[in-house]
Design a protein around this ligand. Sequence first.
Ligand SMILES: C[S@@+](CC[C@H](N)C(=O)[O-])C[C@H]1O[C@@H](n2cnc3c(N)ncnc32)[C@H](O)[C@@H]1O
Length: 194
Amino acid sequence: MEDLNETYWDNRYASHDNPWDLGVVSPPIKAYIDQLTDTFLRILIPGGGNSYEAEYLFHKGFTNVYVVDVSKTALNNIKSRVADFPDTQLIHADFFELDMSFDIIIEQTFFCALNPKFRTAYVEKTSSLLTPKGILVGVLFNSPLNNDQPPFGGHKALYKHLFEEAFDIQIMDDCYNSIPARQGKELFFKVVKK
Ligand SMILES: C[S@@+](CC[C@H](N)C(=O)[O-])C[C@H]1O[C@@H](n2cnc3c(N)ncnc32)[C@H](O)[C@@H]1O
């Protein structure tokens, strides 16, 4: 399999080869954000890409929203859309190298972009970045998808098994408000750090 490194991802953004990009905030995540009231929550969007979710949060007054991404092009894209998004909160780094602390981590097609051999590391890293009782929330594909290139899929039983040691699984259900192209293929999940 191709090395899914910074060059791979940055080239995809630079050549506009980014079919995962919704161009708007993901509806299930928008619905989740819309019931948050504390605008001081520290929120991380790993592999945020063009990060419409970060933009949405920022415009709703959330001040502690961070994006970490290996693609400088993607981070520049956010900055060109949202000029006053703080530079210090657009982190050009490998998620697995991050050493910070958050109340909420939002998952949107980052997990499925990683080589599946890093899934256990993803669970450990998200857990270590969260405060006690911190929340990992978002969407996961409930479909096999690809074997040799992103997006890599999975199913509910697999994800439950993967997350249940480090997290209490509060929600992991079929998503009712996916975009039409992902209808029936997504799980909305919300898990709480043990
Ligand atoms: C499929 S894209 C999803 C982007 C965005 N979440 C969305 O839904 O449009 C995967 C993203 O993860 C980023 N990425 C991949 N591996 C990464 C890593 N180890 N650390 C940080 N970002 C990474 C890529 O640059 C890319 O922006």
